[in-house]
Ligand binder design. Sequence first.
Ligand SMILES: Cc1ncc(COP(=O)(O)O)c(C=O)c1O
Length: 385
Amino acid sequence: MSAPGPKLHSKLPQVETSIFTTMGKLAVKHKAINLSQGFPNFKPDPVLLDLVSRAMDDGYNQYAPMQGIFSLRETISEKIASLYGKRYHPESEITVTAGATQAIFTIITAFIRSGDEVIVFKPAYDCYEPAIQINGGVPVFQQLNDSDFRVDWEAFQQAISPKTKMVIINTPHNPSGTLLMAEDMLRLQEILKNTDIIVISDEVYEHIVFDGNTHESVAKYSDLASRSFICASFGKTFHATGWKMGYCAAPAALMVEFQRTHEFNVFCVNHPVQRALNQYLKTPEHYLGLNRFYQEKRDFFLEALRDSRFEPIPSKGTYFQLLDYSNITEESDIAFAKRLTIDHGVASIPISAFNVDGKDNKVLRFCFAKTKDTLERATAILCGI
Ligand SMILES: Cc1ncc(COP(=O)(O)O)c(C=O)c1O
């Protein structure tokens, strides 16, 4: 008999296998077309791949500086300034991170103490809540409107307490594909005035915005920017989610605290990829063309579903499309998503997994960051349901 090992007392007992893992495994087992997890099934630009190989050949294989290489921080600073009109100092206000997830985890770890409250809008991307809880914080959830996923700012104001330390916003929003508009940002800015609340602004889909809308970065709102971290992801922007590369930007006083934790968390991130990204970012078309690229995919996906019984909920950004299936069945979204995968061969994500108390509005999320062929095959199946 093997020794029993230490008695464990989980710090995150409520965390179970994520819905992404469950649906991903089910897709593999049943050889389903996987539109569940959010990643492209096509390669990054060969130019970028070449730049990474070259950086490795050129010998950039050892530790990078803790904050990221200076030239990349300068280029990021330039990019934010040209898009949103605010210049973050490359020396003291930008850190290159292992994807947005590490930036978000590190910000929460750097600032949240036991009992501090963090307001999170639901449905929400799944990395926020465990990061708050493992640091002893208390997530305070606010459900977005069912029909249009807008924020109820009155309710938000009510949710602020003397313990509120932080709020997390996400635009363009995963999973709904909605955007925070200028009026939302102004309202948030006004409500937070004269408070010490820090904002995490998850902007990983900043370059995937449709129909002529603009991305409302916190960088555009000076009061808001003075209390905010912007979190960005090169994985999302350059079809390379497996590289786990991103950055965050914030005023120097906030960034000092961030780096105190970052230094002893990862210290620094992938050096050759930083070299490559710095070169690649010098051509703005490499990221400015993304809106059109994904809008064409969204439109193709929606057009192919025109005669189906699914009802699309407008997607204004991200590479996700929500489909309401209440015309088809009364089944719970989890049961229907599983049946769709097992019996019909298309995997998606049930939205109740992201909602307060698992609220089920009969909506599934489909990722359209896929080749035309994959989208054609998936929509042909969905039209037959
Ligand atoms: C809203 C949101 N934030 C953050 C991330 C994570 O980004 P990264 O892969 O750069 O860690 C994702 C990935 O799906 C996301 O959808």
